[in-house]
Write a protein that binds this ligand. Structure first.
Ligand SMILES: *Cc1c(COP(=O)(O)O)cnc(C)c1O
Length: 396
């Protein structure tokens, strides 16, 4: 690998220099008002990025996976039923966690490459007249397949069925990069980590709780200690944590939110869409297909690209690292060896994306795929020239 090149994995993402510096700070007393000056703006910034007026934000020294555990253990009790679709490796892992916690998991199997079927959720919820289902789980962006599901449609399905279940959303690879509307979508718990849209090193689990989810914390009986949001809330009231916070990362998070909000969330989402469109026209020019089964579910943060049958897609990733010092993502689970992934989220421009597209072309040509060098780059160049970026402020 080369430290000079950007990475094109869908997390951890490239860390802007400004955020590296924000994380690098001397030790402070983490139970002092000085820490409060980091903690409270960071929580407030996350709330804004979630597009919520009222979400309670809790941030743990953990990763996105710890955020899932926070959602489940604070709101549910052993044996509670949850409804969840499996359409990729990340939803699969969330299901596994639910099962290990002794929840009664009702799984909707979905082909890898498809989005979450809101209509099937609606039928299942409407049939659940006794309201045994306590929570509906949705992976907003399946990072394994490059598929974005429609969370607004899931909320509408729940409302149409008149069902009171809580709605938990894994937004690990969408929050801070793609439209995410905590309040409008009636999300009850949103989960992410620091190393994707927030452009930081891994190390923080970032969650937002609705008032209904907060109420559920009072009756839930799953065991929780480290991730207990009630202990966390008490800590926050005194500018502290129930234990030692990751102060440097929290300082980075405060700045990451400021960067996203300064750019403007609409601009951030538009930038990700634009960059993604350039990657998609390149894939088309190569004569390859995305794993995402339909344009309506194509992700703006990661593209999973199918390679021809008989070709091991993982070879592209290995070769890119060995020969060119560039990181792409491998296929996971059911699509291992069948796809490689280009991550295009976080601190990225179209100019950087062009370098990733060019590198993927070199690798595919080196490995004997029928790729015309420059074909994808030219298609992306045409797209970017025709869709100029909004004028950007000088980098912080
Ligand atoms: C990366 C990712 C996770 C896992 O997060 P960690 O921070 O690695 O624990 C979960 N869900 C999705 C959709 C992801 O992209």
């Amino acid at each position: 690998m080369s430290f000079q090149n950007p990475v094109f994995i869908p997390g951890p993402t490239n860390i802007p220099k400004h955020l590296r510096k924000a994380c690098d700070m001397p030790t402070i007393d983490h139970r002092s008002p000085l820490f409060g000056q980091i903690l409270h703006p960071a929580r407030e910034g996350v709330r804004k990025v979630l597009q919520s007026d009222s979400a309670e934000v809790f941030i743990f020294p953990a990763t996105g996976t710890g955020g899932w555990e926070t959602a489940l253990t604070n709101t549910l009790s052993p044996g509670d039923r949850v409804l969840v679709a499996r359409n990729g490796m990340f939803s699969h892992r969330w299901i596994d966690m639910c099962q290990r916690h002794g929840l009664d998991v009702q799984i909707v199997e979905v082909p890898w490459g498809d989005g979450i079927p809101a209509d099937r959720y609606q039928d299942i919820l409407a049939a659940d007249t006794g309201h045994a289902i306590r929570a509906v789980l949705a992976t907003h962006n399946e990072t394994a397949t490059g598929v974005r599901s429609d969370i607004g449609a899931i909320r509408r399905a729940m409302d149409a069925a008149g069902h009171p279940a809580l709605l938990f959303v894994d937004g690990v690879s969408s929050i801070g990069s793609m439209e995410f509307r905590f309040d409008d979508w009636g999300v009850d718990v949103a989960v992410t980590g620091s190393q994707k849209g927030f452009m930081l090193p891994a190390g923080l689990a970032i969650t937002g709780f609705s008032a209904r989810a907060m109420a559920a914390t009072e009756t839930a009986t799953l065991t929780r200690t480290f991730f207990d949001v009630r202990d966390m809330a008490k800590g926050y009231a005194g500018n502290a944590y129930p234990y030692t916070p990751a102060v440097g990362l929290m300082s980075g998070l405060k700045e990451a939110c400021r960067m996203l909000l300064d750019e403007g969330l609409e601009n951030v989402f538009a930038r990700h869409h634009r960059i993604a469109e350039g990657v998609r026209v390149a894939v088309k020019a190569w004569g390859l297909e995305l794993c995402a089964s339909d344009p309506s579910v194509q992700s703006d943060t990661v593209s999973a690209i199918r390679t021809p049958v008989g070709f091991n897609a993982t070879d592209i990733v290995t070769h890119a690292a060995d020969r060119y010092g560039v990181a792409f993502g491998v296929g996971l689970g059911e699509v291992a060896g069948k796809v490689f992934r280009i991550g295009h989220l976080g601190s990225l421009t179209d100019v950087m994306a062009l370098s990733g597209i060019a590198t993927a072309e070199m690798c595919m040509a080196d490995l004997g795929l029928q790729i015309t060098l420059g074909s994808g780059v030219a298609a992306a160049q045409d797209y970017y020239r025709g869709h100029p970026a909004a004028p950007r402020k000088a980098a912080a």
